[in-house]
Each structure stands twice: as C-alpha cells, then as structure tokens.
Design a protein around this ligand. Structure first.
Ligand code: M6R
Length: 612
C-alpha cells in the first residue's frame, strides 16, 4: 500500500528519501516519486510507474540536491498506475507539492468547485485536487500551514499527507486522518514517514500523529496541532525493534525468513503469559476488560484475509473450550450489514498491521454500539492497537513479506491464550486439562523448529507441483481454517488457483473438479477426525485426484492412501492449526519461488490494505 517519507535537516535529503522508499517496498506499490527543494528554493520532482529502482535509474543526483524533500510509493486507487498519476502531485501553478496516502471521498465535489474557479487538472487522482485546494486557500491566507489546514477541513475521507511549498521553502507540512504517519526526531533533523521502517535507521524517537492532527516540520523543530487549530504537546516514544529485524538476514526472501522464525516468534507470543504448573494464562493488556470478557454473552471476532482465518480458528477454540457463542465476521461485511450488537458483546479485532481500513471501520462500528473492543495486533502503536478498549500484542516482530505467515501462528497462539484464560475463569475445563494444554504449548516452539529442519523434504514435494494449475485444500474441525489459509497462501504468491473447503463439503460440489490433474492437499493428522478424513481421501482417490497429505509422524497407515506426505509432529487440537500450517507455508513458498514469482511482493497485493 502507499508509503510516505520526507526529510528536513542538514543532510542531503535524496539518499534518505530513496532509502526510505526502498524500505517501504514490502508494502506493495505500483509507482514511486520524489520531490526536493533545491538550493534556489525551486521544487523539483520526478515520478515513475514501476519499482523504486526504475525511479532511481532516471534520477540525476546532481540536480536532486537539497536538504528538504518528500517521496512516495503509490498503490493505485483513483487512476491507473502510470507516471502521471504517480505522486508527488503539483497544484496548477506548481507552487505546492503533495504526497498522499488514503482516499479523498468528496474529491469530485471539490474538483467541480475548483473547475468553476478556472483550476486545471492533469491527472485522474484525488490527490491533485487536494494540492489545488491548498493553492486556493493560499491565495487568501498567504500562509502555507493555514492553507493546508483549511483544505483538510473541507476534505472527507482518509489521508496521510506531506506537502512542500515553494513560497515557504523551509518547511514540510504533514497531516493524518485514517492513514498512519509518524515523525522521527533526529539531531537537528526530522523524518516523516507512514512506516517505521523508513525512519528506524536514522532515529528511534518517534511521535505518532493521531487522526485529525497535523505538524509543521522545520530544521530541528516541529509544531503539532489539530486540524481545528488546537496546539498539541506530546512526548516522543522509543521504537523498540532493530533494523536487522526488518532485513532479510541471509534468506532469499523475507517470507522464507519469517516462516523459519516461527519457533522464536511463537515463543515470544506466550513468553511470561502462562503458568505451566497451573495452566493459567494471563494477558496483561486485557486486565481492564477481563470481567466483560468472562461475562460476554457473545464474542464477535472480525478481521480480514489471513487474520480472518485466525479468527475462525478462534471460534473453534472458544466455543469448544469456553462454551461462549462466537461469531466470525469479515470486517468488510460487518461494517455495512447493519450488525446486531449489544453493549455486553465483546468484539475481538485481529490485525497484523493494525491499520487495515476495513478492520478499523469495524472497530468504529462496534464502539458505536458500546461493545467492548479488544485488539489482537502485531504492530505496536498502530491505529487499531491505540483505538481499542484493551488489547494484546502478538509479538511476532516486523512482518515484511506481503503473505502473512508468522503473524498467523502468533495470532492463533494469542487466541489460544485467551481461550485458556477464559476456560480457567469460567471453569469450563478442569485444572488437569488446562495443565495438559499448557504443557503441550511449551513444546510448540521445538515442534515448529523440527518442521523447519524438514523444509528440504517439503521442498521436494513442492517441486513436483510447480506447474499445477489448480489446488484443493481440505481439512476438518480445527484444520478447516488451516485449509483456507493454505489455499490463500498458495494463490497469493504463486498465482495458482486454490480453494479451501471443509473436507466433508467436498462432495457437495468441488468433487466435480477432481481428475488426475487436481492436486488435493488433505490436512490429515491422527486426531479424532482421522477416519473421516481417510474416507474423504478415498473419495478423491477413486476419481484419480493426486493426494498430498499433511500427516502425523509415525502414521504408516497414510502411506497407502497418499501420493505425497508432508510430516508434522503430533499435538493437541488446540494447537493443531499452528503446527499444520507450517508445511503449507513452505509448500506455497517453494512453489512460488520455483515459478519465479515475486514472493515478497506479489502482484496487485499490498501488505497493509489501508483503503476500503
Ligand atoms: O494487517 P492485517 O492482518 O489486518 O491484514 C489483513 C489482510 O490484509 C492480510 O492478512 C492479507 O490477507 C495477507 N496478504 C495474507 O497473507
């Protein structure tokens, strides 16, 4: 999704902006641009469709020389991805330059008004309208900050913006509403960015802008206020992750690194949160809402994509062990379908980025009804994390690959901890069961580490399917969401069509697809659904489908049913999704890599979907 970076200070801004743009590439984008104020106080700008490297190859570093600049990576919403629609955007008179994340919803109305005032437009973007609206207000106020502020007061929709003005060439004006933006405070220099990855190499001291806030940055100082013109005083926070954590560390792709990191990330999710002697889990961040959670008549879990699959696992867990009714909602549907919500409902919002627009909107919807909102979020300080009543961080560390892997397992682990917490309090499980579950939980990191050591075995199977056209993923019970997630992983990075289904549903439709060209992945560990899954495998075999089984170590019986076997360690049902998704992550990774796909930045996808 779009990324913003800007620099003001003593150094040449171009290398800092270009580095920032590269660090945000993982978010997904289709064009990039940069603008600098040069020594003659002129605004100079270049923008190109394609990768940051395309932009870089066209840049004349002698020309793009100055201490103040802004840059952008664009993910198209209004107007096709081309050089013209890329950011930054000038106003008609080329005095104002702006980069923008988000969507101006009333841009047509504003455009018509400006057309009446004889404004002219060169692009199809909503952003160019905003540049001209700032120009319009500048004519009346002769003050850059005030013009931006007045323009924003007219705007409906979402924005994270950074703007330059040739008539006030010593400042950058920035603002946010519904699209993240943070200020990095360095030594006599400031960096503004929509993502900490663009800042952390220069300073760890950051201030997060809240919705409806703006800031004027000058060399070594800044002034924070609301768009309504109220001054704000806020101290900085210190970012607590290392640049190394968001770099590849010797792996070919971030996705592979992140899959292999899971023994550690899963440990980080439960570290200090469970007593292995009693089986009692405690999540500090939920303390203030514990009573609401224990007494909830209903829990609604809402999320998008992979996080939605984790939510589905959460439904199976909480209903099974805590006996509280759970509903799982796509955040994008929830916000528009007039949901029935009460003040004694608890709404869990799961999001890796904490910035997904639909999940954020679902949060706002839940709050409108007075429901208690709980976040299960990875990115610390993200919007959802800050806006929920209470929450728990999953502590998976920065996830750079667009395909979510380690966040999924940590989301599921967080939901398992919440399950254990509620089951203990409501006494829906015996202390012996809780201790047994906690003891198994302790061994999950080593079980994942074992699977990481089997990755070459998984790769051998993957190589046989790199030219497949379709895939079916089938699982039952706790493994049904795993089937959905396995299919999503494959399609998003390899572009092979894949569907996930509950195994028994297959005969109600998808069975028509089975022939000798259809690989079918069965999640078939030796659990209580094992015999049923074997029957489903038989049904596929009878129609010549190719069987790939995710099977328990030591299960010899499976060899007479499956064409290919990916082995997994045995575990309890509560943790089955965490274990069984690992070989599926490897399978999709190796297939996509063998097909030469851009694994970390699949086409059309963004890491964080901050637009509807
Ligand atoms: O940041 P979030 O967890 O809110 O993101 C939700 C989805 O956009 C995300 O899981 C998406 O489906 C990933 N590409 C899946 O790999």
């Amino acid at each position: 999704m779009c990324g913003i970076v800007g620099y003001i200070g003593k150094r040449n801004s171009l290398p800092i902006i270009m580095e920032g743009l590269k660090r945000m590439e993982y978010r997904g984008y289709d064009s990039a641009g940069v603008s600098i104020i040069n020594e003659k106080n002129e605004l100079i700008s270049i923008k190109k469709a394609g990768k940051v490297s395309c932009l870089e190859s066209e840049l004349d570093i002698d020309v793009f020389n100055g201490n103040i600049g802004i840059g952008h990576t664009r993910w198209a919403t209004h107007g096709v991805p081309n050089d013209t629609n890329a950011h930054p955007h000038f106003d008609m008179e080329e005095n104002i330059l702006i980069v923008h994340n988000g969507i101006i919803e009333n841009y047509k109305l504003i455009k018509n008004r400006l057309l009446e005032e004889k404004y002219k437009f060169k692009t199809d973007t909503d952003t160019e309208i905003l540049a001209n609206l700032i120009n319009y207000h500048y004519k009346n106020t002769n003050d850059f900050e005030t013009s931006v502020r007045l323009a924003l007061l007219e705007v409906e929709g979402t924005y994270g913006i950074a703007c330059l003005c040739s008539k006030e060439p010593d400042k950058i004006v920035v603002a946010r509403k519904g699209s993240p933006l943070m200020l990095g405070i360095g030594n006599q220099e400031m960096i503004v960015a929509s993502d900490a990855a663009a800042i952390i190499n220069h300073t760890k001291n950051v201030i997060y802008l809240e919705d409806g806030e703006m800031a004027t940055l000058e060399k070594g100082s800044f002034h924070l206020k609301t768009v309504e013109d109220q001054d704000i005083f806020r101290d900085y926070q210190v970012l607590d992750f290392l640049l190394d954590e968001i770099e590849k560390g010797g792996y070919e792709h971030f996705m592979l690194k992140e899959i292999c990191e899971q023994p550690d990330t899963i440990q980080n999710t439960f570290r200090g949160r469970i007593n292995f002697d009693t089986g009692v889990a405690k999540l500090g961040g939920l303390q203030s809402v514990e009573e609401k959670l224990y007494n909830a008549k209903r829990i609604i879990i809402t999320a998008c994509g992979t996080a939605w699959h984790a939510a589905l696992v959460g439904e199976y867990m909480i209903e099974h062990y805590c006996r509280i009714p759970v509903e799982v909602e796509y955040a994008s549907e929830f916000r528009y379908r007039r949901p029935i919500l009460n003040s004694d409902d608890v709404v869990l919002l799961i999001s890796q980025s904490g910035e997904t627009a639909d999940t954020l909107a679902a949060l706002k919807e839940a709050r409108k009804f007075g429901a208690t909102t709980i976040g299960v979020v990875n990115v610390i300080g993200s919007t959802i994390a800050r806006e929920v009543d209470a929450g728990t961080y999953i502590h998976a560390g920065p996830e750079i690959g667009v395909a979510s892997t380690k966040a999924f397992t940590s989301q599921v682990m967080s939901l398992a901890l919440i399950t254990l917490m509620i089951a203990n309090e409501k006494k829906t499980e015996t202390p012996e069961t809780l201790i047994k579950l906690a003891n198994e939980l302790k061994h999950i990191p080593e079980k994942i580490a074992h699977m990481v050591s089997l990755k070459d075995e998984y790769k051998k199977v993957a190589m046989k399917f790199k030219d497949a056209k379709n895939f079916l993923y089938l699982g039952r019970g706790f493994n049904f969401p795993v089937a959905l997630e396995g299919a999503l992983k494959l399609k998003e990075i390899s572009y092979i069509h894949a569907e996930g289904y509950p195994a028994a549903e297959m005969k109600h439709g998808p069975i028509a697809l089975i022939d000798e060209n259809m690989p079918v992945v069965f999640i078939a560990p030796q659990d209580k659904a094992y015999d049923k899954i074997i029957s489903n495998i038989e049904e596929v075999r009878a129609r010549k489908g190719v069987i790939i089984a995710i099977a328990s170590e030591g299960d010899e019986n499976i060899t007479s049913y499956a064409d290919h076997i990916l082995r997994v360690p045995k575990t309890l049902a509560l943790f089955a999704p965490i274990i069984n998704i690992i070989p599926l992550q490897f399978l999709s990774y190796y297939i996509a890599a063998a097909r030469g796909c851009n694994v970390d930045q699949p086409r059309n996808l963004a890491k964080s979907v901050t637009v509807e």
